[in-house]
Write a protein that binds this ligand. Structure first.
Ligand SMILES: Cc1cc2nc3c(=O)[nH]c(=O)nc-3n(C[C@H](O)[C@H](O)[C@H](O)COP(=O)(O)OP(=O)(O)OC[C@H]3O[C@@H](n4cnc5c(N)ncnc54)[C@H](O)[C@@H]3O)c2cc1C
Length: 637
């Protein structure tokens, strides 16, 4: 497989402008002759579908929720980065670029990251024009707060509901186009197969989740914006429905899967409280602006927080990383929390928790001011834990939150299947081995509003596409494959529920491919997962039929894909014999317990190619070159 990144030539700051000029344009009068399928209506898909329809393309947009407005992006709390430098504190496009490359531990493609930083400023203008109610200062200017991995304040926010407000903006733009007849929405439709004809992506097979009908939809290009696959861990901060099916099925049709082992474990989630829990809740990173993280100095401490005097507390992030303190990046903060818990200094009933304490800020600023900034997050915390964070410190612990891996794309966001473009969390492109907080919303909207509308047009203008219809053998074969698979899932009538398989897979993944990974553990996982998969395909019980709403059937299909994807994650983690960002191989660490990269052997993207059922996938490599931010050891001290 050839991985051509198609990075434009010239100085980094001019690449995107030059490329926009070099790309081919579709004559405005011809745009209505083209059709584009967008799978996903979150920030990346919603923004992309609306923008392409605005240009005149005929767009079909799919989501599995009952409304485009319920995509998982709506859950995003803390904010969105942009290098506007409104604070006059030293920010610039270059600094955001630098912070992101360094934050990703030098495992992202420089040119993509620079473009992201460059487009960040346009995003804010676009959203403000749509009426997104960003927080403002008294004088009316937009407010900012700080997020991890940066020494400047560049995060724009709408209280703790930034994703919701941004999504409402994108949704309004989308609905305008639905009203204009340019976008046809397909809610409650799940893409279950990609249709590839003559080597190009030409459509999808989707299941109407209400009637069970399988439908073939064909188009001139297909865009996937289907979000991340972090629910492979079962317990995660993602919405329960998030899954990897669309990208996994595309992988099996020839799209390379890049860096599957790069997953983000977020440090500030409400700790797990029992075996039968099905979901974890994030406490936004923005809380680390005013909350201080600590544990008792003594192991086995059992006094309540307020009885532990100041001198017996360890503010371990402030101690270890004096420059960034509580705003150290996520991978580093998560590992530090694990380390203190491993030492027996964790808090709460399970010992798997650390304090996030607002007492100092409340004393300094007053409870009202803190409530203005984080009121809804405090309320959510209290509703879940029955503890009032205005009075006692929150308890937090790391949990699966984001996937930096995803389908491999070139500079144009084109996968290795021509005509299949991938945006938002579903692709691998911009965050390397660790994503900085508030950068996912930025990437989703950059891809949707400002990259895909150009690069899809360029593809259409440069490609001759024959007319195809549903009777094409490839389209028929795709429908038959989905049908067959569902019949198999329904026919086993075994003894175990799909949730029990998912929970078991999650435990394997968390234990062996979570915050810390090592060779022996990964090898064990690579034994356990195939055994679990074998049992799944013999002993699964899916009640009901395929001709109706059947949530067990939906989940079964997704968990089947997670079983395969989890295995690929472990293979990738095993072969990457270095530590970088969220991928922490315990064998490769400095004397101080920090990640130890091996740039000689691993300064590259690993892009996995499907080799056929039962065959070991092929590991292809895209070398990474750092010309503008020279390779260096990442330090936040
Ligand atoms: C709790 C939480 C808080 C977060 N807070 C922040 C934050 O403050 N700042 C930040 O930058 N990032 C944050 N993130 C990360 C960020 O929210 C996500 O990375 C981002 O919203 C993903 O957007 P997306 O458009 O790529 O995908 P999503 O919003 O996940 O949308 C995926 C879409 O694809 C559709 N879809 C998926 N599969 C299929 C299929 N097979 N068939 C049909 N449709 C399908 C879904 O229906 C949905 O419409 C947070 C994440 C979590 C979990």
């Amino acid at each position: 497989m050839e991985l051509k990144a198609n990075i434009p030539s010239g100085p980094i700051a001019q690449k995107w402008s030059k490329h926009r000029f070099d790309m081919k344009l579709v004559n405005p009068a011809n745009k209505r002759k083209y059709s584009v399928i967008v799978v996903g209506s979150g920030l990346a898909g919603g923004a992309g579908a609306a923008s392409m329809a605005e240009l005149g393309y005929n767009v079909k947009c799919f989501c599995y929720q009952d409304s485009a407005r319920r995509a998982h992006s709506i859950a995003a709390q803390g904010g969105i980065n942009a290098s506007k430098n409104y604070q006059n504190d030293g920010d610039s496009v270059w600094r955001l670029f630098y912070d992101t490359v360094k934050g990703g531990d030098f495992r992202a493609r420089e040119a993509n990251v620079y473009r992201l930083a460059e487009l960040s400023v346009n995003i804010i203008d676009q959203c403000v024009a749509q009426g997104v109610p960003f927080a403002r200062e008294y004088g009316g200017t937009l407010a900012n707060r700080s997020f991890g991995g940066a020494l400047v304040s560049r995060t724009f926010y709408a209280r703790g509901q930034t994703g919701q407000q941004l999504l409402l903006g994108a949704y309004s733009a989308l609905m305008r186009q639905v009203g204009a007849g340019q976008v046809k929405m397909f809610p409650r439709h799940e893409m279950l197969e990609l249709v590839v004809i003559d080597g190009r992506a030409r459509g999808i097979v989707a299941r109407d989740m209400i009637t069970g009908k399988l439908e073939t939809h064909l188009a001139d290009a297909v865009v996937l914006a289907t979000g991340g696959y972090g629910n492979v861990f079962y317990l995660a901060t993602y919405a329960k429905g998030c899954n990897g099916t669309a990208i996994w099925r595309s992988y099996k049709k020839g799209a390379a899967f890049a860096n599957p082992c790069y997953t983000q474990i977020h440090p500030t989630c409400i700790p797990v409280h029992g075996d039968y829990q099905s979901k974890l809740t994030l406490m936004s990173e923005s809380l680390r602006n005013d909350g201080r993280i600590w544990v008792p100095k003594k192991a086995g401490e059992n006094r309540p927080a307020h009885q532990i005097p100041e001198e017996e507390r360890d503010y371990y992030l402030e101690r270890k990383y004096p420059t960034y303190g509580n705003l150290a990046p996520r991978d580093i903060s998560s590992r530090a929390a694990k380390q203190v818990c491993d030492e027996g200094r964790g808090v709460g009933p399970t010992g798997l928790g650390v304090y996030l304490d607002f007492a100092d800020s409340i004393q300094r600023l007053g409870a009202e001011k803190i409530g203005e900034k984080y009121g809804n997050l405090f309320e959510m915390y209290e509703r879940i834990t029955d503890e009032d964070p205005y009075k006692v410190p929150m308890r937090i612990f790391p949990a699966s939150h984001y996937t930096m891996g995803g389908l491999w794309v070139d500079y144009n966001l084109m996968s290795t299947i021509p005509g299949l473009l991938v945006g938002g969390e579903a692709n691998f492109s911009d965050h390397g081995a660790n994503r900085l907080g508030a950068s996912a919303l930025m990437q989703g909207l950059a891809d949707g509003y400002f990259v895909l509308p150009y690069t899809v047009g360029h593809y259409l203008a440069s490609t001759r596409l024959d007319k195809v219809d549903e009777t094409h053998p490839e389209a028929r074969a795709a429908v038959a494959a989905v049908d067959e698979r569902m019949k198999t899932l329904l026919s086993m009538k075994g003894k175990r529920t799909v949730t029990s398989f998912h929970r078991e897979l999650g435990k394997i993944m968390w234990e062996h491919c979570g915050m810390g990974r090592n060779k022996a553990g990964l090898e064990q996982a690579l034994q356990k997962i195939p055994a679990l998969r074998e049992e799944f395909w013999k002993n699964l019980n899916v009640p009901g039929s395929a001709d109706d709403l059947n949530q067990s059937l939906e989940m079964a299909g997704r968990v089947a894909d997670f079983l395969d994807l989890g295995e690929l994650m472990c293979q990738d983690a095993l072969e990457r014999e270095e530590s970088c960002g969220g991928h922490f191989r315990e064998e490769y660490q400095t004397a101080e317990g920090e990640a130890l990269r091996d740039d000689e052997r691993f300064c590259h993207v690993a892009a996995w190619e499907y080799a056929g059922e039962g065959k070991k996938p092929i590991r292809n490599v895209e070398p990474l070159v750092f010309e503008d931010v020279p390779l260096q050891t990442r330090s936040y001290k």
